[in-house]
Design a protein around this ligand. Structure first.
Ligand SMILES: [Zn+2]
Ligand SMILES: [Zn+2]
Length: 166
C-alpha cells in the first residue's frame, strides 16, 4: 500500500453464504459497499458505508420482514511491516490487518460488519402478537381456541428453542 494512496471502492457483494442455514435470515440482497481507502504513512483509513436490503424473520411471528440496514465504517489499519517477510501472521490485535503489497483485503472487515449490524429481533410491526405458544397459530391473522393467559415472557424462550430444532 503506497503512501498517499486514495482509492474508492464501489462494489456489490453477494453475502448470502454468510447467512446460509439461518432460519432467521430469509433473503439477503447484495451488500452495497461504498468505501474510501486512504493510505497514510503508517496507517490505512477505511471510511464510508455499507448498505443492504434483506428479508428477515419477525422475531415473534416468523413472517418475513423487509429491512434496510446502513452500516457506517470508520476503521484504521496498520499495514504489516514489509520486513516481516512473506509469511507474516495476522496479529491478535483486531486493529492490525495483513496488507500484502498493494492489496488491502476488505472482505473480512465487510463480512464482520454485516454480521454485527444485522438487526437484532426484527418485528413485522411493533404490536405483532406473535405465535400462540400452544398451537403455533399466527395471532396476527386470527385468534386460536387456546386458553390464553398472557404469554409468560419466560415461555418466549421456548419458542426460540423450537426454532432451533427445525
Ligand atoms: Zn410478527
Ligand atoms: Zn393456540
Amino acid at each position: 500500500m503506497s503512501k498517499g494512496l486514495r482509492e474508492k471502492v464501489e462494489e456489490s457483494i453477494d453475502v448470502s453464504a454468510l447467512f446460509a442455514g439461518r432460519s432467521d435470515v430469509i433473503r439477503t440482497g447484495p451488500l452495497q459497499v461504498s468505501l474510501q481507502v486512504t493510505g497514510g504513512e503508517d496507517v490505512i483509513a477505511v471510511d464510508g458505508e455499507l448498505s443492504i436490503d434483506w428479508e428477515l424473520a419477525c422475531s415473534r411471528c416468523l413472517e418475513p420482514v423487509q429491512e434496510h440496514t446502513v452500516i457506517p465504517i470508520h476503521e484504521q489499519f496498520k499495514p504489516a511491516s514489509e520486513s516481516d517477510g512473506e509469511n507474516f501472521e495476522e496479529d491478535e490485535d483486531d486493529d492490525v490487518i495483513a496488507v500484502e503489497g498493494d492489496k488491502l483485503d476488505l472482505k473480512p472487515i465487510v463480512e464482520e460488519a454485516v454480521q454485527l449490524f444485522m438487526p437484532f429481533a426484527p418485528l413485522c410491526s411493533d404490536d405483532c402478537k406473535g405465535l400462540c405458544h400452544n398451537c403455533g397459530q399466527n395471532l396476527n391473522e386470527h385468534t386460536c381456541g387456546c386458553k390464553t393467559e398472557k404469554i409468560d415472557p419466560r415461555l418466549a424462550v421456548l419458542k426460540d428453542l423450537f426454532k432451533e430444532e427445525q
